[in-house]
Design a protein around this ligand. Structure first.
Ligand SMILES: [Zn+2]
Length: 431
């Protein structure tokens, strides 16, 4: 481990110290300044720095500076960044410049919020994540609920019928480890068939409680992740492959490892050693992690894996997998109901109890899961859009490049995971 760190330091020093053109050196010093500014914001906001694997002394040197001082430095840095010329010969350099500019704008927005500035849900998501989620009214969800009524007939409320139906697909706690292992093995081997991963990459899985999220990837650098799975509530069988792909392969773990390989080590760009959670990078991270599930296992492949591997590992009847996934595909279409609950709640149109009711009624969340979701919204606010809008934006971007052919998704997907593209750059004609 020690030898490897020394080796990285030598490579980075060589890359940063190279006598390249003036703008390269200027970009390097601005990028380093950005990393230190992110660390400074982290002194005010415990959730802000999601990952940092740069020089440890940069973190230990970060003292708590006044927000106004951080913002003034960020404004000065933005002006210098705007003045850095670009000859446009290397597309990745162009992406880097736009990315750093936009990440810095998001940093300033977060600093303003920490200073008490109030933004609407849409203003906040635009400022922090470079995107605004479409608005939906209740009638759009009601048509999906009507289809679910047909799938799950019987007396009583639909939510109760759905909850009872789904309860039969909980992974027994004693089988959690084996089921996740089977899912991780499948996701990893499927990913390895299409993506060259850096040697030595790996992650460890931990089971935790008392969290607002279901799973979390804490990237450590050196191609290692710590993945935590929350066991506060029973875990349904679909979560095994979802979490293994989303947090691991080809999701967050692969994304972080490829950024480290292609941008930090190969290019020597220091700004990718830090990941500020409330920034445009999160839409790309969550969007690729969620769409990565479909890239690795399109619906027919997914069903085969569930029937032959995952359901048996969880001790569930494989003959019920098809019905389960037909219901879950419909429920997935209610995901934007979660955004609506968050938007109305953050904008003060409904209170916490109203948000729980909305999630139950239109998102088919059970009461305890709606309460857990409300805690997530309290902690992460408009971050919720990164999952479903992020997935849809990434899907459109990748499928346009794959010509709608599921088997051709891997090359553009891998390229996206290895480059600093912004959410606004995913739009058709975007940069
Ligand atoms: Zn995630």
């Amino acid at each position: 481990m020690r030898g490897r760190q020394v080796w990285i330091a030598v490579v980075l020093a060589a890359a940063w110290g190279c006598s390249g053109p003036k703008e390269t050196n200027q970009m390097q010093s601005l990028a380093e300044q950005y990393v230190k500014l992110v660390l400074a914001v982290g002194q005010h906001d415990a959730d802000y720095v999601d990952a940092f694997y740069g020089p440890p002394e940069w973190r230990t040197a970060a003292t708590k500076r006044p927000l106004a001082e951080i913002d003034a430095e960020a404004a000065d840095m933005a002006a210098k960044l705007a003045a850095v010329p670009s000859d446009g010969s290397d597309p990745l350099v162009g992406l880097r410049h736009r990315y750093l500019t936009r990440q810095l704008e998001a940093l300033r927005a977060r600093v303003a919020m920490l200073g008490g500035k109030k933004l609407t849900f849409d203003e906040e998501s635009k400022a922090l994540y470079d995107a605004v989620a479409p608005h939906h009214d209740a009638t759009e969800f009601e048509s999906v609920l009507a289809q679910l009524e047909k799938q799950l007939p019987g007396p009583g409320a639909l939510l109760d019928r759905y909850t009872r139906f789904r309860d039969a697909f909980v992974i027994p706690p004693a089988r959690l480890g084996a089921t996740f292992k089977a899912a991780i093995d499948a996701c990893r081997s499927r990913t390895l068939a299409h993506v060259t991963l850096p040697p030595g990459e790996s992650f460890t899985v931990e089971y935790v409680t008392n969290k607002s999220w279901a799973g979390y990837n804490w990237y450590q650098g050196n191609y290692r992740s710590l993945i935590q799975v929350n066991t506060d509530l029973p875990i349904f069988v679909d979560r095994a492959v979802d979490l293994a792909c989303h947090e691991g392969y080809p999701g967050h773990h692969v994304y972080n490892a490829l950024l480290e390989k292609t941008l930090v080590r190969d290019r020597g760009w220091p700004e990718f050693q830090i990941y500020p959670l409330f920034s445009p990078q999160s839409l790309i991270a969550e969007g690729t992690a969620n769409f990565g599930i479909d890239v690795a296992f399109p619906p027919a492949d997914r069903l085969k894996l569930e029937r032959e591997v995952i359901f048996p590992a969880a001790g569930l009847d494989p003959n019920r997998s098809e019905q389960y996934y037909a219901v879950m595909a419909l429920v997935d279409r209610l995901s934007y109901a979660g955004n609506e609950a968050a938007r109305r709640y953050i904008d003060g149109e409904i209170d916490g109890a109203g948000a729980v009711k909305w999630l139950e009624r239109y998102g088919l969340y059970s009461t305890v899961r709606a309460q857990q979701r409300l805690r997530f919204i309290d902690q992460y606010r408009s971050y919720v859009i990164n999952y479903n809008l992020g997935k849809d934006m990434v899907a459109r971007y990748i499928d346009a490049r794959a010509g709608g052919d599921e088997s051709k998704r891997w090359p553009p997907f891998t390229e996206l995971l290895s480059s600093p593209r912004l959410p606004s750059g995913l739009a058709v004609g975007g940069k």
